[in-house]
Ligand binder design. Structure first.
Ligand code: NAD
Length: 255
């Protein structure tokens, strides 16, 4: 049987990139996966490709009412929630002096408020089922700074310590919930098209191969599957003694 056989998993931002990779890997190992996103077309495509093992729900992670309705839907369909992967995120890069307060808040709303709201609203359902595993997707930019990514680093560093605080709160309650962060490096996904502002001719997206050559000691970029393997382990009972931990999957960038 699979490594997460029979578990119910919710993956935010599951329509694309790393989230999609996680949804696929968890489904392959026997989980029922609820994929949520704001890109309905892509989300429905993911669910079709996974067959009966998945459902798609439209869900903006910055919206508290949407979280309440998504968790309610999970409860009524499955009666429990074992795994939450807080993956939805955006990257807005520019010099700190050029960053508008509106963009700062937009990025914080998705990357940090979204993770907070997910934890807040998923925990009661997880606890009612006797425990679970929360995996928050941070970044290598949550471990050290990067130029032109001050806002992004602030959110991802916030996710890292939020994760540890929640892990300790759950451990103190002996509620059976573990909470860990995952820190990807350079992973080939569409997020890189927006990371420097996404304005063609003004701010071109970074050349991933050039970035890889410059920053990644192993000399190769990663793929969503590389992150999904770590998320799968944290989601499974194989990591039952791991909480408040940070799993770095970056080809050596932060070593
Ligand atoms: P992606 O853009 O391919 O996927 C992100 C998904 O999140 C998209 O499907 C998008 O529609 C969704 N999303 C955006 N805003 C949302 C909202 N408000 N509500 C719900 N869904 C929303 O990017 P990705 O690379 O797969 O990123 C996934 C996570 O991994 C992000 O948190 C990102 O910061 C993190 N990360 C990525 C890399 C990388 O190199 N790709 C590196 C480090 C960390």
């Amino acid at each position: 049987s699979g490594r997460v056989e029979g578990k119910i998993a919710l993956v935010t931002g599951g329509a694309s990139g790393i989230g999609r990779g996680c949804a696929e890997r968890l489904a392959q190992e026997g989980a029922s996966v609820v994929v949520t996103d704001i890109q309905d077309h892509l989300g429905e495509e993911v669910v079709r490709s996974l067959g009966g093992a998945a459902v798609y729900l439209r869900h903006d992670v910055t919206d508290e009412d949407a979280w309440i309705s998504v968790i309610g839907e999970v409860k009524s369909r499955f009666g429990r929630l074992d795994v939450l992967v807080n993956n939805a995120g955006i990257g807005l890069g520019c010099p700190v002096t050029d960053m508008t307060l509106a963009d700062w808040r937009k990025q914080t709303a998705v990357n940090l408020d979204g993770v907070f709201l997910g934890v807040k609203h998923a925990l009661p359902l997880m606890r009612a089922g006797g425990g679970g595993s929360i995996v928050n997707i941070s970044s290598v930019a949550g471990l050290s700074g990067a130029p032109n990514l001050a806002g992004y680093c602030a959110t991802k560093g916030g996710v890292r310590l939020f994760t540890k605080a929640v892990a300790l709160e759950c451990a103190a309650l002996k509620d059976g919930v573990r909470c860990n962060s995952v820190h990807p490096g350079v992973i080939e996904t569409p997020i890189w098209t927006t990371v420097v502002g996404g304005q063609p001719g003004v701010n071109e997206p970074p050349d991933l191969d050039a970035m890889t050559a410059m920053f990644v000691p192993m000399g190769v970029k990663g793929f969503p599957k590389d992150i999904a393997e770590g998320v799968l382990w944290l989601a499974s009972d194989d990591s039952r003694y791991v909480t408040g931990s940070e799993l770095v999957i970056d080809g050596g960038i932060t070593a």
